[in-house]
Design a protein around this ligand. Structure first.
Ligand code: AHR
Length: 520
């Protein structure tokens, strides 16, 4: 059996020794019994999101002709290279709320002739439609990732979605396939991930779950599977803890008609909603504690939505698709409030590491997830300023965790030491593990306690390994960020706190850190 004993550092041990008579607070971490139902962690859990919002597409991925950066057409190649490095598996587009006002025909054909529109959701700016279907697919091809399209249900039509699917996927003679060819793409793209609307309970049409379930069935019926291009249709799911939404969708639509059902949950620094949401860069330990408590709520949400899905789908055929997650703070002072541009601190790295561990640990049901959003919006991977770009602490966590993509899930069991603030407690430690196709074992560990390190010891019985290597993301302060002046303030560093002691693995896990261990 694979077991890890976690002990607090020496001073804590002494404190516990005198206060409770116990020698050391310790945690046994073990592999859960083998149920014979081992599964793979889908790489699509590591997906991203690009909405026509603020500077994500325009002045993010897609820049002015005149900008002096390496480009293909107007796509920034430094961004492409950075995202390829973390093996981006899929990219969700064009929204978000924007998707339910987007009419795809406005974004094809000669750019100069494309109509303009107002982006009413995000800042009221003029959208020139220069980035449309072909440009997005060019981006996905450069990224070598799968596209995930969200169709317009809120203000669109069944015909519009149906024809968009035909335009993307049909290889033959048809009005849409012919038009695609005229626009320069002879072969169909064969896109499989299709979201049927977005947040249909809110910005996507303010519907009841019963009404949306009926709408979903109409739209899904005419979204056809063309030869060689079966669709993975994803129903718009619940907001946070709206369990009734999940119940109604599972009951009224069910596993035969949907591949996935989505869930949106954002971590807010302040309690009980918004506004004000709290600053991205200026927060004290109490606000940090509260933010992490809210972040950990993802585990409860996924558990409870999954339990409802289990009632109607014991075989877990329907994927839970958490296609919007991340921290949502106040915008950076002086920036357009409609653009949702926020900085990204060590706290965000801890949120990313924790949330990805939660998804790995629920990967029997969670098979797609999308961080909101990739560039310059909310919890970004990359921030840009003119020609400059920087990789955020969150990016570096995705870099560490890419080893879990399509690896065999290894279930861990342990009770975490508490991170205590005043009279409140949250678990200090969260973790997940997997084994890749070469036999290498990867364990990702997050210590949320900003003040105390943890000591871990495991026998790793049943697994054979000789060496351990590690990488770490941490910094001096929780509020530390990467800036355009100091873009490498926080980055991945080699981790030397893990070693083999006899047959045991021993780890000294620093406070406020995300660590990835590789055992071979
Ligand atoms: O990610 C920003 C917005 O948050 C999305 O457009 C919407 O779906 C959600 O409310």
């Amino acid at each position: 059996m694979f077991s890890i004993r976690v002990t607090k550092p020496f001073l804590s041990v002494l404190f516990l020794l005198f206060s409770s008579g116990v020698f050391a607070q310790q945690v046994d971490l073990s592999l859960a019994p083998d149920t014979g139902k081992g599964h793979i962690i889908s790489r699509h859990i590591y997906g991203h999101f690009a909405e026509h919002l603020g500077r994500c597409i325009y002045d993010g991925f897609w820049v002015a002709d005149t900008m002096k950066v390496a480009k293909k057409d107007r796509i920034r190649l430094d961004i492409v290279e950075a995202l390829k490095k973390i093996r981006i598996p899929n990219l969700r587009w064009p929204g978000g709320c924007f998707a339910d006002e987007y009419h795809w025909r406005d974004g094809i054909g000669p750019r100069a002739q494309r109509p303009k529109m107002v982006n009413t959701n995000w800042g009221g700016v003029t959208e020139d439609n220069s980035f449309g279907t072909h440009e997005f697919m060019e981006l996905c091809e450069l990224l070598k990732c799968e596209p995930y399209i969200t169709a317009n249900v809120g203000s669109g039509t069944v015909e519009e979605m149906s024809k968009w699917v035909e335009y993307f996927n049909f290889d033959g003679i048809s009005p849409m396939a012919n038009q695609r060819k005229q626009n320069g793409h002879a072969k169909p793209w064969k896109v499989s991930f299709w979201g049927v609307g977005n947040e249909s309970w809110g910005c996507g049409g303010d519907m009841t779950p019963e009404f949306y379930a009926d709408q979903y069935k109409r739209y899904a019926t005419y979204a056809r599977n063309y030869p060689g291009a079966p669709l993975k249709k994803i129903a718009g799911g619940a907001n946070t803890s709206d369990y009734n939404w999940t119940e109604v969708l599972m009951k009224n639509v069910g596993p035969r008609k949907m591949w996935g059902l989505s869930l949106h949950y954002y971590t807010l620094p302040n309690n009980d909603g918004w506004p004000p949401k709290g600053s991205a860069t200026q927060f004290d330990e109490a606000q940090y504690f509260n933010t992490m408590k809210n972040c950990l709520r993802m585990d409860e949400l996924v558990t409870r939505h999954s339990a409802i899905m289990d009632k109607y789908d014991k075989e877990k055929q329907v994927a839970l698709v958490v296609d919007e997650w991340g921290i949502w703070t106040e915008v950076e002072p002086g920036t357009n409030p409609g653009f949702l541009y926020q900085q990204n601190s060590l706290r965000d790295a801890l949120i990313a590491g924790t949330t990805l561990n939660i998804f790995n640990n629920h990967s029997d049901r969670v098979r797609v997830a999308n961080l909101a959003q990739s560039i310059n919006v909310l919890q970004s991977l990359i921030l840009t300023k003119g020609r400059q770009m920087l990789l955020t602490p969150t990016y570096h966590v995705f870099d560490l965790y890419k080893v879990h993509q399509d690896a065999k899930y290894l279930p861990l069991q342990f009770t975490s030491p508490a991170y205590t603030l005043g009279d409140q407690k949250i678990p200090a430690l969260n973790a997940s593990a997997s084994q890749d196709s070469t036999g290498a074992i990867h364990i990702t560990l997050v210590n949320l306690d900003p003040n105390k390190s943890l000591s871990l010891k495991t026998g790793l019985r049943g697994l054979s390994w000789q060496n351990v290597n590690g990488s770490i993301v941490t910094s001096t302060k929780l509020t530390d960020i990467n800036t355009f002046e100091k873009p490498d303030n926080i980055h991945v560093l080699p981790f030397s706190g893990a070693r083999k002691q006899g047959t045991d693995l021993v780890v000294d896990l620093p406070a406020k850190s995300v660590v990835m261990l590789e055992l071979k």
